[in-house]
Design a protein around this ligand. Structure first.
Ligand code: BDP
Length: 660
């Protein structure tokens, strides 16, 4: 099957003024990373300028020079790009930096940015910048919206050229780790860590290594039983430790580019240490010790809550669970364990407060987990540019008492001095030709990488770069598409779940409205709407969730009057007649928001139509088809949610619009 080059398309450039730099390149390095950089320069120069790059014998005649300079204070992955006497120099302390610098330069040229007189210096903010593929070994993808997996087919690992292009795409935006199987290790995926699949895994890890990407695998905590035939997986039992030690010797011996394991344990039915009366630190540390001799890392997920709870029990609040489970263990994890924490306390909703473990945990390595896959944000049918949401999370000031107290500070290691920390994201890729199903979802994949490398970039800058690279360099087109991207999340929020209410989706597949789909279920995501009010009281007098924050934020969240309004129904139970800051009643706001959201989708759809003939037709048509579906979806959300609240409250719409 065929696939496109996404933001590495390197479309021929009209103004050929930068060609001179690319006619000849000089470097003394010859490691695999620099080989990749040289290959990339060659590919790019052919496409951008229709020239064949020469590898120069001496630096005097080269226009582009890649050189190592360990004295530069750039760390392993930083780089510097400067123009000096008509030549461009990329300098770094390690080859990783040279490769990143090369991609940056090429993407700058390809996006039409000025490179004459360039002088930039970049060091990644986050040490770990990782993607989590939720690919299953049968070829399906959990929450995959872009076709089937290109890693697996029918129980086999596939090694294809597409994986190289995937690695190029990721490396070009600075991603340096990928876990290649679903966190829910099921249906035979535990056999990945056995002779059956090592050969192919080794080939993949070899491709990744050429782009500075470490390979991670998700493992089944019960593997000593399912694979090893032991009678338990108790992390404190000698035979279990021995089994993992041996297994890790084998795995790291066969797969030299392994970064470590990503583990979902005691969560949503996955096995874990609880079965043996042990805690998460016991489980994670046992594995950490087994991978330690090979420099490996255990990434342990904090997405832990009771998914068997009784909806009638008003004391249990799923939002509290992550903090309740992990705060008591702060400082108990080995230094090669990283806790991976979702951005919010529930589950990737269109808007949630920032997880209170950020800033809470002060003696533990930690990583922020976001979801590029649009599980709850339109499933790559509806457009939803997520970079603004991630920026809000990164910029959130936790009030943890340190001068540098934002989430971006904390996960970079600046605040508490960690070395192992960073950002991870659930990937949105699959076999579709454009990689991401919805073409505009490419901006999220690109944007995640850019932001993980440099969280100071703005959502606008990232959108505009991506559009120039993947769709068109025309500045009017850029403005129109930027405009669609930048309003898309707010629009999506308006017609689905405004004011932080969350989870009004259809159960299981999570697309489309179903206001009571989870209301009486064990998963614990309730809005508790009745005829008078809606929302969960998570204040001090309610479930107490607001008290998990430092006082600065707790003080805001715990009162209706000071709670940021876009999270009002997350933190409070509010009567339909309550007046918002706008002067509108809550119920009227709900009606208006849904109508507006739907109308704004129709507007975005019209704006897209105007692009016909100005962008590649195949992209135009694919996105047009998505807008048709989004228009239907937003209409359905508007109808169903408004009817639901009208029937609950029996308060008519002030504007007398049609609500049944
Ligand atoms: C939820 C998904 C589920 C994942 C889970 C997780 O619905 O498929 O397994 O998150 O993050 O959002 O483990």
């Amino acid at each position: 099957c065929n696939w496109e080059q996404a933001w590495l398309a390197y479309e021929l450039i009209e103004n050929q003024k930068d060609k001179k730099y690319f006619e000849s390149v000089y470097t003394q390095q010859n490691g695999v990373l620099v080989e990749s950089a040289l290959r990339e320069i060659k590919t790019a120069a052919e496409k951008l300028f229709s020239i064949t790059v020469r590898r120069g014998e001496n630096r005097e005649e080269a226009g582009l020079i890649l050189e190592l300079n360990p004295a530069l204070n750039l760390g392993k992955e930083g780089y510097q790009i400067t123009e000096e006497e008509d030549r461009i120099y990329i300098r770094a302390a390690k080859e990783n930096g040279l490769l990143y610098g090369t991609f940056r330069l090429l993407l700058m040229v390809s996006s039409g940015k000025e490179i004459t007189g360039i002088s930039i210096r970049e060091i990644p903010s986050n040490p770990v910048r990782m993607l989590n593929q939720w690919d299953n070994i049968d070829g399906s993808i959990e929450r995959g919206y872009a076709g089937r997996s290109f890693f697996y087919e029918n129980g086999k690992v596939c090694v294809t050229e597409r994986i190289r292009d995937y690695a190029r795409l990721l490396c070009s935006v600075g991603i340096n780790g990928v876990s290649i199987n679903n966190v829910n290790v099921r249906n035979g995926a535990e056999w990945l860590i056995s002779e059956r699949h090592y050969k192919e895994l080794e080939q993949i890890s070899h491709i990744f290594a050429q782009y500075g990407i470490s390979m991670y695998l998700c493992i089944d905590f019960a593997a000593p039983m399912t694979l090893g035939g032991l009678s338990c997986a108790d992390p404190l039992k000698e035979e279990v430790k021995d089994w993992w030690e041996k297994k890790c010797g084998e795995i790291f011996g066969r797969l030299p580019n392994m970064g470590g394991f990503l583990v979902k344990a005691d969560s949503e039915g996955r096995p874990g240490p609880f079965a043996y009366g042990r805690n998460h630190a016991d489980g994670a540390n046992m594995l950490a010790r087994a991978v330690k001799p090979y420099g490996g890392t255990i990434i342990w997920r904090c997405f832990v809550y009771n998914c068997q709870q009784d909806w009638r029990d008003r004391r249990t609040d799923r939002a509290c669970a992550g903090y309740d489970n992990f705060m008591p263990l702060d400082g108990k994890f080995d230094d090669n364990v990283i806790l991976q924490i979702k951005n919010g306390p529930i589950d990737f909703q269109v808007r949630e407060p920032v997880h209170p473990l950020f800033g809470g945990l002060q003696h533990t390595n930690q990583m922020l987990e976001v979801q590029i896959a649009q599980e709850y944000t339109g499933q790559q049918i509806d457009v939803c540019y997520l970079v603004p949401m991630w920026k809000e999370v990164l910029d959130f000031s936790t009030g943890c008492g340190k001068p540098e107290d934002t989430v971006a500070d904390i996960i970079s290691g600046r605040t508490f001095g960690q070395q192992r920390c960073g950002m991870a994201a659930v990937a949105n890729t699959g076999r579709d030709a454009n990689w991401t199903g919805h073409d505009l979802a490419g901006a999220n994949l690109y944007g995640f990488g850019r932001l993980a490398f440099d969280p100071r970039l703005s959502a606008e800058e990232i959108a505009s770069e991506w559009i120039s690279l993947q769709i068109s360099r025309d500045s009017d087109v850029n403005r129109s598409i930027s405009d669609i991207l930048l309003r898309s999340r707010e629009v999506y929020e308006k017609y689905t779940a405004p004011l932080g209410i969350g989870f009004m989706v259809n159960p299981a597949h999570h697309y489309g409205p179903n206001p009571e789909g989870y209301e009486y279920s064990k998963w614990g995501t309730y809005h508790r709407a009745d005829h008078l009010a809606v929302g969960v009281d998570r204040s001090a007098g309610g479930t107490g969730y607001s008290e998990q924050y430092f006082e600065k934020n707790a003080a805001l969240f715990r009162e209706k009057g000071t709670c940021p309004e876009n999270l009002l129904l997350f933190f409070h139970r509010v009567p339909y007649t309550y007046r918002l800051h706008s002067g509108k009643t809550l119920i009227q706001h709900i009606y208006d928001s849904h109508f507006e959201g739907h109308e704004q989708v129709l507007q975005m759809q019209k704006d897209w139509e105007l692009l016909e003939g100005r962008i590649p037709q195949h992209i135009f048509l694919r996105v047009k088809e998505r807008f048709t579906r989004q228009a239907e979806n937003s209409r359905e959300w508007c109808d169903v949610i408004n009817s639901f609240f009208y029937r609950k409250s029996m308060i008519p719409d002030e504007q007398g619009r049609e609500i049944f």
